[in-house]
Design a protein around this ligand. Structure first.
Ligand code: THU
Length: 124
C-alpha cells in the first residue's frame, strides 16, 4: 500500500499473495492517466508471482484506503481481479479483507459464484 501509484484516486491499496510453497508476493495499485490501464494491487501481486513461475496459491490479503489510511470499510477485489484469481485458483482460495480493526475471510467461490474458468474451454 505504501508503494501505491495512485495520483488520480488517491486510494492506495496493498495486497499480499500467499503461494502454496510459502512465498509471499506483494502488490500495489498502479494508476494511469488513461484510467482504464490502471492495475489493481491484487493483479499486481498475481502477475509478479506468475512471472516468477509460481502456479499454486493459498490466500490473498487486501487492504487500502484514501491516502493510505485504513478505515473499517472493506476493500473488496474488483470484478476483473476476481476473474484473474479464478484463472489460477479454485473456489476455496481464501481472500482476507483487512480493515483497520478486523479481518473478514471470504472465499473466491463466495465472491465469484457460478464462475467461468479454464475448465469451460477444455474439449469434451
Ligand atoms: N483498487 C485496487 O487496487 N484493488 C481493489 O480491490 C479495489 C480498487 C484500486 C484501483 C484504483 O487505483 C483505486 O483502487 C480506486 O479504485
Amino acid at each position: 500500500m505504501m508503494n501505491a501509484y495512485a495520483p488520480y484516486s488517491e486510494f492506495c491499496v496493498g495486497a499480499a499473495l500467499l503461494c502454496a510453497d510459502g512465498a509471499v508476493y506483494t502488490g500495489c495499485n498502479i494508476e494511469n492517466a488513461g484510467y482504464s490501464a490502471t492495475n489493481c494491487a491484487e493483479r499486481t501481486a498475481f502477475f509478479k508471482a506468475i512471472s516468477d513461475g509460481k502456479k499454486a496459491f493459498t490466500a490473498i490479503a487486501v487492504c487500502g484506503g484514501k491516502n493510505g489510511k485504513l478505515t473499517d470499510a472493506l476493500v473488496s477485489p474488483c470484478g476483473i481481479c476476481r476473474q484473474v484469481m479464478r484463472e489460477f485458483c479454485d473456489d476455496d482460495f481464501e481472500i482476507y479483507l483487512v480493515t483497520e480493526s478486523t479481518v473478514k475471510t471470504m472465499t473466491l467461490g463466495e465472491l465469484l459464484p457460478v464462475s467461468f474458468g479454464p475448465d469451460a474451454l477444455k474439449q469434451p
